[in-house]
Ligand binder design. Structure first.
Ligand code: NOJ
Length: 1000
């Protein structure tokens, strides 16, 4: 199996045993994640120290946090409060000064930042010969924050603050309060007079201040039970901490260096972690802090049974074959958390790019001692611990999930509206081996009438893993291949990774070196590590010059053989380094500006896709005068990456448990402001049996990013290979996705302007229904009322769906009627997808099967009117050319459809705001009509109705002329639990125009 892989073939044999072992172990499907490659909290010095700090605090009955806000330093003006927090060192009179800034934004978001006063000359020295910067990393915001920072004009200090506190009133309608306690320092955030969030209430604020490293006699290390705890021994060889007395009881063994897996991390600045407890009183559920493979409602991380033993970790890593139900880190980091209780959502965004751990515990109060154990409110307690950087936290006070997610998106940016093809079906594997292979797969999809839009090339297309090249033997005719795809309206995505092969004569590496654009070792020399090409260097996109250079590589003249229908996949950008600590880069590596890798680790991948995005934008603008939206897929991400790329959940396994986990994982991305997400359909490692593959497609059509992918050692599994009945069932599922593309595109548009998730969990849709707060195996598609419950277990014949509201829900396919609230049971044999339509919605679709979505551009629409108890329904449709930025100039249509039972009429109104390109676009769409209207739950009174009356506005946009034409209506009476429905054939109203259809 090993030798079958491309890399391990003789051609690539580098004679380097380490590389062979590492890479072949990555290539060969093994049973499980290599846990031992990744640190536990106990093996991560700063995490261990801060957990110990929390334990000490919890064990003490007289603990007082040593942080105090000096009253006399407080200043307030223009929405900003500043002051000095002092940390008192134990056993000493000395205080460390920590500048505090609390910013109140017009949006109602508050931001609390704590820095450390710049070191005075001689106050500390850096360890080693490191050229690292001396201050705390303060540039995360440059990468993550793009808006939402207008200062509040209304925020004001309330003069009647209680003694020892400062009270700031702020937010919409002045309903929010920040009560800042001076000594010990803490903040309580209230909404409508009720406490929502507390900072440092438990006293876990811990700013590991800089100190001088002073030799002292060796001390016994108490750190780490790991095999590497010998690093503590190392630290004690050149041991430290003249200031130990001031920090009595602290474990210093990992202050100055720390080893793991044979790598030693020299900490040039010594200990500098930032930690804080953030509590949500009355909130039982917390969500977010993606990416993890576990339930949507986050689990407790301390306290034994059914709880994790480690905190949730955010340290972007190449964790292939990752573990299910685990707080282990994965490929990306979004340090944004929401808390949910009945009818209230609040949240925090911890803006820090360094390794971060988050402990979650829940405390439930006893109502009163006489109530014999009757439980009261639950408080979710969280403890955030970052290795370096600032303490910089944004606070969102809701009250709805959308308020919180919207405020977060306002800051970090909205999901880029993708090209239409990007939300259709993607066919990938590692690898399509030749250009003829690609053409052949392309033809076979057509032969089997299975739509697809994009075929992907993994690393083997390159000439010896040199990105921006093609293997001359296997991909001798990229232009011909791309042309064939283009003729079918299809695209190609090619992989480009950030590791650049270290081989003389390869122009990319030569340029990168000569221009000095690569990541460096701590001494300033170029960093070299191992990845797919063998010895490699890594582009440092933190450097503006490197970004510009990287962007230039995508020009057609430079990436020879590429063309307008080629798009990009940035993989391995955590970055993955096969021989690095925890499969990534040493933390003491240096980036542009001499920031250490530890400072910026979680935004490395984000910096790369930013440059790729700029490259693709420029490529098309400059060379083709095209104004098209780039498509990029990224594995690593940070808050803000939604502005540039889709993401996927990395190297999963072809196992039912991974299919199951993909739903909460994708939902979690959606509520984390990064909704363009999906998992490898079929499972990356291993060979799914046909039932699993089929069910995975049926689930995959509900991922916003819908791509099948497979490891190089797996058997081919394009849908047409499955054989009957599987192929037809899979094809039907894919066709369903295509038919619903208008609804999906509308949901993407909404995400791109409001930050709303594309697939939505119950708590988001029904924030007042506590029963739904932990549900994460069913999903709503945008605002369409479509409710899916993908089957994720073998041998399933039935599905149970939870309905939160007192409403009618209809089976999508046969209109079987269900009634909420409560659980309903559906038949779900292999050829059936459990999918319901909630009463009250109008769903736009296109029902003509095509080879690719591009070919559907001028297809007519079907509108499905789903009548609920009230008898009314509404829906929207957003449409544009699906590829350019013309929508920014009005080149789109946005309609609202409403059915009103009182008037028995269906109307289409304009939601758009006209711009320079509106007319031109509407002209293009002039011939696109509604070909069918289906009314589900049609009133019994329609049984004698034979036609509907239609009035439509003039094509010049003038209001309806009044001329009425008719279209036939067929009424279908209810049968056996199925709803009555009516079909209006060919009403022929224009999709982009205003009209009214009378059903009476
Ligand atoms: C790791 C990615 O997660 C996987 O999808 C890809 O196939 C391999 N790298 C090879 O490029």
């Amino acid at each position: 199996m090993i030798m079958s892989s491309g890399f391990c073939s003789a051609r690539n044999w580098l004679g380097f045993v380490f590389l062979l072992l590492t890479i072949c172990s990555l290539l060969s499907p093994a049973a499980a994640v290599k846990r031992e490659n990744f640190k536990t909290c106990d093996q991560s010095g700063f995490c261990k120290r801060n957990r110990a700090y929390a334990d000490t605090v919890a064990a003490s009955s007289s603990w007082t946090s040593p942080y105090r806000l000096e009253r006399g330093t407080i200043k307030f003006g223009d929405g900003i409060l500043t002051g000095a927090v002092y940390k008192k060192l134990s056993g000493s009179e000395e205080n460390i000064k920590l500048p505090l800034t609390i910013t109140f934004y017009e949006s109602g978001t508050a931001r609390v930042s704590i820095d450390e006063e710049k070191r005075q000359k001689g106050q500390i020295e850096l360890r080693h010969d490191s050229k690292a910067r001396k201050e705390r990393y303060n540039e995360a915001e440059k990468w993550a924050i793009v808006g939402g920072t207008s200062l509040s004009t209304g925020a004001a200090i309330n003069k009647e603050s209680a003694k020892g506190t400062t009270l700031v009133v702020y937010g919409p309608g002045s309903k929010f309060e920040a009560i800042i306690t001076h000594n010990p320092f803490g903040i309580e955030f209230k909404r409508d007079g009720e406490t929502q969030i507390k900072f440092n209430d438990r006293g876990l604020l811990n700013v590991e201040h800089w100190r001088r490293k002073v030799d002292k006699p060796p001390v016994e290390s108490s750190t780490s039970s790991s095999e590497d705890s010998s690093d503590g021994g190392k630290a004690s060889e050149t041991p430290a901490a003249a200031e130990a007395d001031k920090d009595a009881g602290e474990d210093e063994s990992t202050w100055w260096e720390e080893s793991f897996g044979g790598n030693t991390d020299g900490k040039a600045r010594g200990p500098e972690a930032m930690a804080l407890d953030i509590d949500f009183p009355g909130y039982e559920h917390v969500y977010g802090i993606a990416e993890h493979a576990g339930p949507l409602s986050l689990k407790e991380t301390r306290g034994g049974q059914d709880k994790y033993s480690d905190p949730y970790r955010l340290y972007n890593s190449d964790v292939f074959e990752y573990e299910m139900d685990s707080p282990m880190t994965l490929y990306g980091a979004i340090p944004f958390m929401q808390a949910q209780k009945k009818d209230s959502t609040v949240g925090v965004f911890w803006l820090n790019a360094a390794e971060t751990w988050i402990d979650i515990t829940k405390a439930t109060s006893i109502v009163n001692p006489l109530s014999l154990g009757v439980l009261g409110k639950t408080t979710t307690q969280t403890h955030w611990i970052s290795e370096a950087g600032l303490l910089d936290v944004f606070v969102f006070l809701g009250p709805t999930p959308q308020d919180v997610i919207g405020a977060y998106a306002d800051l970090t940016g909205y999901t880029a509206l993708p090209q239409q093809f990007a939300i259709a079906y993607h066919q990938c594997r590692w690898n399509y081996v030749t250009d003829t292979d690609v053409r052949d797969v392309d033809r076979k999809f057509d032969k089997h009438h299975i739509p697809y839009d994009v075929i992907w090339l993994d690393i083997e297309y390159t000439d010896g893993k040199k990105y921006f090249t093609w293997d001359p033997l296997t991909f001798g005719d990229p232009a011909g291949m791309l042309k064939q795809l283009d003729e079918h309206g299809r695209k190609l995505v090619a992989i480009i990774d950030p590791h650049i092969k270290n081989e003389g004569g390869y122009n990319v590496v030569d340029e990168m070196k000569s221009k000095d654009l690569a990541v460096k070792n701590k001494d300033g020399s170029i960093y070299e590590g191992w990845c797919w090409p063998g010895s490699s260097h890594w582009v440092d996109c933190f450097s503006p010059a490197a970004r510009k250079w990287w962007a230039s590589l995508f020009q057609y003249a430079k990436f020879k053989g590429s063309s307008t229908n080629l798009h990009i996949w940035n993989d391995m950008n955590e970055p993955s380094v096969f021989n690095g600590p925890e499969t990534t880069m040493p933390k003491d590596n240096l980036h542009y500006g001499n920031w250490e890798h530890r400072d910026v680790h979680n935004i490395y991948g984000h910096s790369l896709i930013n440059a790729t995005y700029e490259g693709l934008l420029a490529r098309d603008k400059a060379e083709e005068k095209r104004n098209v939206r780039p498509f990029i897929l990224t594995r690593s991400f940070y808050s803000g990456s939604q502005r540039y790329a889709a993401m996927w959940t990395g190297d999963n396994l072809a196992e039912w448990s991974h299919l199951e986990a993909s739903i909460p994982m994708t939902l979690s991305m959606g509520i984390s402001g990064y909704p363009f997400a999906g998992a490898d359909v079929g499972g990356f490692f291993g060979n799914p049996d046909k039932e699993l593959l089929t069910r995975w497609y049926q689930a995959g059509i509900f991922y916003p990013f819908f791509r099948a992918h497979a490891h190089i050692d797996t058997r081919r599994r394009e849908p047409y290979l499955a054989g009957e009945p599987y192929t037809e069932i899979i094809a039907k599922a894919i066709r369903l996705r295509y038919s619903l593309l208008p609804a999906w595109y509308t949901a993407f548009h909404e995400a791109s302007v409001t930050g709303a998730p594309i697939i939505r969990p119950n708590y988001y849709v029904f924030p007042g229904d506590e029963k739904g707060f932990a549900i994460d195996d069913q999903l709503y598609v945008g605002n369409t009322g479509l409710l899916a419950k993908p089957v994720t277990k073998a041998d399933t014949k039935h599905a149970t769906i939870y309905l939160a509201d007192k409403e009618k829900y209809y089976d999508y396919f046969d209109f079987w009627t269900y009634e909420g609230p409560g659980e309903v049971h559906l038949n779900a044999p292999l050829d059936t997808i459990p999918l319901l339509m909630q009463g009250g919605h109008i769903i736009p679709r296109r029902d003509r099967p095509r080879r690719s979505s591009g070919l559907m551009k001028f297809d007519p629409f079907t509108l499905v009117i789903v009548l609920g108890h009230a008898g009314d329904a509404e829906g929207t449709l957003y449409l544009d050319d699906g590829e350019s930025f013309d929508y920014n100039e009005g080149g789109f249509l946005h309609r609202k459809f409403s059915y009103r039972s009182a008037t028995a009429s269906l109307t289409s109104e304009d939601l758009g705001s006209p711009g320079k390109k509106t007319k031109e676009y509407l002209k293009q769409m002039e011939r696109v009509r509604v070909e069918k209207i289906i009314v589900v739950g049609a009133p019994a009174a329609w049984k004698n109705l034979k036609e509907v009356g239609i009035t439509e506005e003039e094509s010049n946009g003038q209001s309806a002329a009044g001329a009425v034409r008719n279209a036939p209506l067929e009424f279908h009476a209810p049968v056996e639990g199925r709803a009555a429905f009516a079909v209006v054939r060919n009403p022929a109203v224009r999709i982009g125009a205003g009209w009214k259809i009378n059903f009476a």
